[in-house]
Design a protein around this ligand. Structure first.
Ligand code: GNR
Ligand code: NI
Length: 189
């Protein structure tokens, strides 16, 4: 748990109630480069991981999270694109797979909770068709465009050990990795 939450009473109470906030691993943690394993099905244990991921993502805050980012190398993703004050719309995906992707590309400025405070434009297929198991373990198919498409592709990349910095110039990538290696040596940011 982060120090900021320990000295924040409201945050501490929320933590004690839910017991599900997890630490998000950051660059250069080698786990971020590992390939996550498929889940056999969606049971109680998997739903607990989903819940922890969602809580951690809302707290960060972020619009998506892959299980590996909380140190669990299983093929699980949560996404919620709802705006502040709107009703939450969590999307739970187990073993998500991209079935097809459009030829047309879209540019979007991406960030990643595992690479805090770094943002760059990334070009990806505008639309994807994705298959996954939902929170009940039911197979689902989804056609995504816009930010949802970008986010799904970003999260599935995490499951394969791929980060958005892999799509930017080597110069910029080396620079940001170096910054995080140095920050870690100095005992984190
Ligand atoms: O919160 C996040 N925002 C975001 C913005 C643009 C493209 C992708 C993302 S996902 C990111 C959270 C994250 O790191 N998920 O893995
Ligand atoms: Ni990310």
């Amino acid at each position: 748990m982060r120090l900021a939450r320990l000295i924040d009473l409201e945050g501490l109470l929320a933590y004690l109630r839910a017991m599900s906030l997890r630490d998000i691993i950051t660059l250069p943690d080698p786990l971020l480069r590992q390939t996550s394993k498929p889940v056999v099905g969606v049971d109680k244990a998997v739903r607990k991981i989903f819940d922890d991921m969602l809580e951690t993502m809302y707290d960060a805050p972020g619009i998506g999270l892959a299980a590996v980012q909380i140190g669990v190398p299983q093929r699980l993703v949560v996404i919620d694109l709802s705006k502040d004050g709107e009703e939450r719309q969590p999307l739970f995906m187990a073993n998500p797979e991209i079935m097809s992707a459009s030829e047309a590309l879209s540019d979007y400025e991406e960030g990643c909770l595992s690479i805090p405070e770094f943002f760059e434009m990334v070009s990806r297929p505008s639309e994807v068709k994705v298959r996954y198991l939902d929170r009940q373990g039911e197979p689902q198919e989804l056609n995504a465009s816009g930010v949802l498409s970008t986010c799904i592709q970003h999260e599935i990349d995490h499951l394969n050990g791929v980060l958005f910095i892999d799509y930017i110039s080597k110069l910029k990538r080396d620079r940001v990795v170096k910054k995080f290696v140095k920050a870690q040596k100095l005992g984190k940011l």
